[in-house]
Design a protein around this ligand. Structure first.
Ligand code: IPM
Ligand code: MG
Length: 367
């Protein structure tokens, strides 16, 4: 039987609650003998800061490097608003992305039929929506140097640096084209070439990769601001959107909201395949730590559970289990179970644990 090592980093706020529902699924898979999944847990974000004074320790990063996959909850909260920038909760996540070289961030925005009315857009605009945002995750303005605030004669001066090299654009473009081949064969590449040099290079490299190796895929270039607008005007025109780190951050929040709730959307962050074909990977919900509802059993665990489904698919080679888990989520929604964030009239309001149990029961029934 295949053996896998997972590192669980629940983090802060609702992170531990939604991770507990994934634990349940891991126990179930182990009990059924589908695979043997060994689990280690670690601290990240504010939880790590409280224990160790840093947002992630070297030892935890080492474990992440060795694991078959990392499952990440969420980090941050008002409690840590005043800690030094270098050790703020988010720094732990950014370090993991960088040290594991997880350059390809896959953020699907899928509208479950049962939730089409929970979207802020009209049902006909979002019903059947299935977009994949491919966000470059280890470059751009998130990591570019200099990044600083300095004193000048006129006051302070803050600098962030947006920088991309062609090889970084090349590899993320390939990731997007490869995915499009397994989907509807359309890639929109979003940048701001009208004001940014990185946008000019982005378009040039994406076009070159397309011309060289992916002419069977349809490529459209789109300005990132227009892309944001088109996402709310006619989101179904998109299949795969490939874009840089910062635009990807924003466009994925926007796309997430089209589906009804940020509490629904999973993500996978993947590195390059090594000689054995294995890729480092981290799976996390797109939503944050939601400190306002933490510890109350109100959080929607679906984004975390769907992130685990992506882990089953991309890291554990358990595609069938991944399909079954995604079907279980859809079935539970069809039956009218709702956490508060996606509650609608006539539906049944359930807690985090009840949602997790119901999804597990569907898995059990389908097994
Ligand atoms: C995300 C988040 C992070 C980001 C934060 C928590 C650093 O918003 O994963 O989208 O900006 O990348
Ligand atoms: Mg974000």
């Amino acid at each position: 039987m295949a053996h896998f090592d997972l590192l669980l980093l629940p983090g802060d706020g609702i992170g531990p609650e939604v991770m507990a529902e994934v634990r349940r699924l891991i126990d179930w898979l182990n009990a059924r003998g589908t695979a043997t999944i060994a689990v280690e847990e670690g601290l990240v974000g504010g939880a790590a800061y409280d224990a160790h004074g840093v947002s992630i320790t070297d030892a935890t990063v080492e474990k992440a490097l060795r694991a078959d996959a990392v499952l990440f909850g969420a980090v941050g909260g008002p409690k840590w608003d005043d800690v030094a920038y270098e050790v703020r909760p988010e720094a732990g996540l950014l370090r993991l992305r960088k040290d594991l070289d997880l350059f390809a961030n896959l953020r699907p925005a899928l509208c479950y039929p049962a939730l089409a009315d929970a979207s802020s857009l009209k049902r006909e605009l979002v019903e059947g929506l299935d977009i994949m945002i491919v966000r470059e995750l280890t470059g751009g303005v998130y990591f570019g140097e200099p990044k600083e605030i300095v004193e000048t004669e006129r006051g302070k001066r803050a600098v962030d640096t947006q920088v991309y090299e062609s090889w970084e654009i090349d590899r993320i473009a390939r990731a997007a084209f490869d995915l499009a081949r397994k989907r509807r064969g359309l890639v929109h590449s979003a940048e701001k070439r009208n004001v940014m040099k990185t946008g000019v290079l982005w378009r040039e490299v994406v076009s070159a990769v397309h011309a060289a190796d992916y002419q069977d895929v349809q490529l459209e270039h789109i300005l990132a601001d227009n892309c944001a607008m088109q996402l709310v005007r006619a989101p179904k025109q998109f299949d795969v959107i490939v874009t840089d780190n910062l635009f990807g951050d924003m466009l994925s929040d926007e796309a997430a909201m089209l589906t009804g709730s940020l509490g629904m959307l999973p993500s996978a962050s993947l590195g390059a395949p090594d000689e054995t074909g294995r890729r480092k990977a981290l799976y996390e919900p797109v939503h944050g730590s939601a400190p306002d509802i933490a510890g109350q059993g109100k959080a929607n665990p679906i984004a975390m559970i769907a992130s685990f489904a992506m882990a089953l698919r991309y890291s554990l080679e358990l595609a069938e289990e991944a399909d079954r888990l995604e079907a279980a989520i859809a079935a539970v929604l069809d039956k009218g179970l709702r956490t508060g964030d996606i509650m609608q009239e006539g539906m049944r309001l359930v807690s985090t644990a009840e949602m997790g149990e119901a999804i597990l029961a569907e898995m059990d029934a389908a097994a």
